[in-house]
Design a protein around this ligand. Structure first.
Ligand code: FNR
Length: 228
């Protein structure tokens, strides 16, 4: 893949109000995409920019514990899809009767429709046992990899490329398909591809599953407030 990432500037730049508005626009217009993928492949330069954004995420001790496994092979994606279907049937059965049929009607993955799947992993041994910032909280490397996912998601949206996160699988099944060694954790399984139209709001909200909480319902002063 050609390296098309912009070169690092000599010093950090300051952002304009227009830049600010653009990033807020991007954040608000990022969507989880399930069913709307176009089959055309993502050009190498576009994919490279998206992955490079992910690779510029913050990470504990600058550990950069992530890997991005690019999965295009249809047979492998079919295997992942079977794993999804098995787990999804288990999940469906766990919802109470009334909600079950609504759940069944939701499309929750685009594994076969998207031309590219990306598994974001976390190499828990990348820097040995003692890592700056992770000593007391060993899960921080996993959180770092989640930051990479968010960068990827936003950078993709800026290219009008859709991303859908699929977490409905039994982990051992997916590990086997991806041949992951024990020290590597699965952080995210993503479906990636161009999209003609993005939903203007979360699909789960538009389909009546759950609505966005007001900001004031999640902001607290000083300490945890039980009655908030
Ligand atoms: C860790 C994690 C795991 C999942 C998700 C997200 C995250 C962060 N989401 C997407 C999720 O449903 C979506 O983000 C919310 O509904 C909000 O919608 P927007 O992302 O704003 O479009 C998701 N969606 C889906 O259809 N199947 C899935 O298995 C998952 N899993």
């Amino acid at each position: 893949m050609p390296d098309t990432a912009p070169a690092a500037p000599a010093s950090a730049r300051r952002f304009t109000p227009e830049d600010r508005d653009t990033i807020h626009d991007l954040i608000r217009n990022r969507r989880d995409v399930r069913d709307e993928f176009r089959p055309d492949p993502i050009p190498d330069d576009v994919l490279r920019r998206i992955l490079d954004a992910a690779h510029h995420a913050p990470s504990v001790g600058f550990m950069q514990p992530w890997n991005f496994i690019l999965i295009r092979d249809l047979e492998r994606r079919r295997a992942v899809h079977r794993v999804f279907e098995a787990a999804n049937a288990e999940a469906e059965a766990m919802f109470p009767e009334g909600i079950r049929s609504t759940y069944r009607g939701l499309k929750l993955e685009g594994i076969l429709k998207a031309p590219l799947n990306i598994a974001v992993t976390c190499d828990r041994d990348r820097c040995g046992p003692v890592v700056l910032g992770r000593t007391h909280n060993p899960e921080m490397d996993l959180y770092s990899s989640v930051c990479a996912v968010q960068n990827l998601w936003l950078a993709a949206r800026a290219e009008n490329v859709g991303v859908g996160w699929v977490s409905i699988y039994n982990e051992p099944d997916l590990r086997r398909i991806l041949a992951l060694p024990d020290h590597v954790a699965i952080v995210a399984y993503l479906c990636v591809g161009f999209v003609d139209d993005f939903y203007p709001a979360p699909e789960l909200a538009l389909k009546g599953w759950r609505q966005r909480l007001p900001l004031d319902a999640v902001v607290m002063d000083e300490i945890w407030q039980e009655d908030h």
